[in-house]
Design a binder for this molecule. Structure first.
Ligand code: ADP
Ligand code: MG
Ligand code: ZN
Length: 601
């Protein structure tokens, strides 16, 4: 069903109601097919003794007469002042004549109120809903406002996206599929229906989605999550339905929903009930995702910078089952992005973009695009034939000074601190036995973390030994210890490590029974059940002195682990320096290179 017919369907009840009302008034006016007679004609028929029945109201005379051929007719006529009428009725053999109370006001009220109601109804449909939906066309409220990337707008390809090669690689499969859906069907493989792109703002998620459609040469339907969240319950859901219908019609196609978190937030989250409209919209998305077969050749791509708040139902297999991280670019990535954007700008041949890449840690694609543009504007203002290094460097400061940037830009000194912090984690993890291998370590910010050391277990494990937990605590504290050791002070950057480590230590003592002093007892936490509203007044199931002992044990464990981490760092200061320097230079070290560094040490 296309949107026009659906909108017409919505209008049908209104049109019917209008006809009904009109008909009602019409019938009120000429109840039962009465003929209007002029008063003179009424008197003539009266004199001809044709009138058989008369009912009189002050404002209306109604009755029945027989015409010359003997047919009965009902009539109505407007009375004139005629004092002798009653005696004339008598003398002309009218069988019944009677009076009737003046009921005209009832009709009058009905007619007026009826029209008022009708008017209000129409006004509501056309004006109020209009305003609230904010659309321009009177009937467009259920229609998705998705924009089709038309042939005229620039088609993006992977050549326009740089610095996120991993994401591109993962999307390659989707492109192959969109190019030739049948090929994959034949082999019976299941292609993901939904792909979730997540990453910081400005890392190129929107760009990547467009490029997927561009590479595959299929239509691109883009919409934004916030467009689905409207005043009226049901409007968002209708838009979702429409978006999928449109896409299916031109399959193979890509549906893209930006800011998916605007609709996809965890349901039931928040106090005071959910947001009905958002929930309905989310449900509709789930229904559509379940309803279409990938065979139809439609791929749903969503983008968000808050994957953590998304409803788990969205992320289930068969829905958004492919999650792709669009990470912030490292030094090489930044250089590549700069090159992409420099294509449209006249650069002086002497400019070495790697210099700029080195000077812009923490910049994402959007910042770099902005940087190149600012530099071009600066050069133009100075009437230079082309953009020189000088302008590019000045543009860095401009972009940093820009409103959104400040918070994310990393200063040189901070970069050094972060590098030592992460090297600390890595070093401890590498040197202690029974720890997960370090997969990579980076000082490129990702989410709230300024850098991270990624450890991946080699196999699934369901049991963790006491020693393994202790080693993990050492790794967590290693970052902070390295900062302390090298700079003789600590920063706030370690607070997440600290809270994680503390939680582990507490669990060791109170849940896993891994403290010899307290013995194998599981202590119930004081506030465990408060969330359910029960047992609020109940305290912890142990005494003050036990609580004190727990605190002391946690403190002891943490202290011992910190000491071990410190010792390791002190003994291996040289390796720590090598690691930190390499990180400052390259911002990212992979497992192989790490192994080489440690093998040489
Ligand atoms: P997001 O959707 O992740 O917030 P966008 O895709 O909207 O980011 O990026 C905004 C602009 O920044 C793009 O139009 C592009 O000019 C530039 N940009 C961002 N990332 C990249 C990249 N990886 N390569 C090239 N340009 C990029
Ligand atoms: Mg975007
Ligand atoms: Zn850390």
């Amino acid at each position: 069903m296309n949107p026009l017919t659906r909108n017409l369907k919505q209008l049908i009840p209104w049109i019917l109601a209008l006809f009904l009302l009109v008909a009602l008034f019409q019938s009120l006016k000429e109840m039962g097919g009465e003929e209007d007679l002029p008063y003179s004609a009424f008197k003539q028929r009266l004199k001809a003794k044709q009138i058989s029945e008369v009912t009189m109201r002050p404002d209306l005379i109604r009755g029945q007469f027989k015409d010359e051929k003997g047919n009965s007719h009902r009539f109505r006529t407007i009375p004139l002042p005629d004092p002798n009428l009653v005696s004339e009725l008598e003398s002309n053999q009218v069988k019944h004549f009677q009076g009737e109370p003046d009921r005209s006001w009832v009709t009058a009220v009905l007619i007026n109120v009826g029209w008022v109601i009708l008017f209000i109804g129409l006004w509501w449909v056309f004006v109020i809903r209009q305003v609230q939906v904010g659309g321009k066309q009177a009937l467009a409220f259920g229609r998705s406002r998705s924009k089709l990337q038309s042939a005229k707008t620039k088609k993006y390809t992977f050549a326009d996206v740089a610095g996120c090669d991993e994401a591109k690689e993962e999307l390659q499969e989707i492109i192959e599929f969109l190019k030739d859906p049948q090929k994959f069907q034949r082999l019976g493989g299941k292609i993901p229906k939904g792909v979730l792109l997540y990453g910081l703002p400005g890392t190129g998620k929107t760009l990547l989605a467009r490029a997927v459609a561009g590479e595959a040469g299929v239509p691109f339907f883009s919409s934004s999550g916030s467009e689905f969240v409207e005043m009226f319950v049901g409007v968002g859901a209708a838009r979702v339905r429409d978006l999928f219908e449109q896409a299916k019609k031109s399959a193979p196609a890509v549906i893209f929903v930006d800011e998916l978190d605007a609709v996809g937030r965890h349901r039931f989250a928040g106090i005071g009930g959910g947001h009905d409209e958002r929930e309905q919209t989310l449900n509709q998305i789930l229904v559509e995702l379940d309803g279409f077969e990938t065979k139809e050749g439609v791929i749903f791509i969503g983008a968000t910078n808050r994957p953590d708040v998304l409803d788990p139902a969205l992320l289930r297999p068969g829905r958004f089952d492919r999650h792709i991280n669009v990470s912030s670019p490292d030094i090489k990535g930044r250089e590549a992005i700069l090159k992409v954007h420099a294509r449209g700008v006249k650069l002086s041949p002497e400019v070495d973009l790697s210099v700029i890449a080195r000077r812009t840690p923490g910049f994402v694609g959007a910042d770099l695009a902005n940087l190149v543009n600012e530099a071009a504007l600066l050069a133009a203002r100075r009437n230079k034939p082309h953009v020189e290094l000088h302008e590019l460097e000045e543009a860095i400061d401009r972009v940093i000074a820009g409103p959104q940037r400040k918070s994310r830009m990393i200063q040189d000194r901070e970069k050094k601190v972060i590098a030592y912090h992460e090297s600390g984690h890595t070093l401890v993890a590498k040197l202690l036995p029974n720890t997960d291998p370090v997969h990579k370590v980076t000082i490129i910010p990702r989410g709230p973390a300024l850098g991270f050391t990624l450890q991946l277990p080699t196999e699934d494990r369901y049991l963790t030994s006491r020693q393994e937990i202790l080693n993990r605590l050492c790794v967590l504290l290693g970052g902070r210890c390295a900062e302390e050791f090298v700079f003789q002070e600590v920063t706030t950057g370690a607070c997440d490590d600290l809270s994680k480590a503390t939680t582990f230590a507490q669990k060791m003592v109170t849940e896993f029974g891994m403290s010899e002093r307290l013995g194998p007892i599981a202590f119930r936490k004081a506030n465990e059940e408060i969330f359910l509203g029960r047992d609020i007044s109940r305290g912890p199931g142990y005494s003050e002195s036990t609580a004190q002992a727990i605190d002391e044990e946690v403190k002891r464990i943490m202290g011992e682990c910190q000491e071990r981490a410190r010792e390791l760092l002190k003994k291996n200061k040289k390796v720590l320096d090598v690691l930190a320097e390499r990180l400052i230079e390259k911002e990212l070290i992979e497992a192989e290179e790490l192994n080489a560094i440690f093998a040489g040490a």
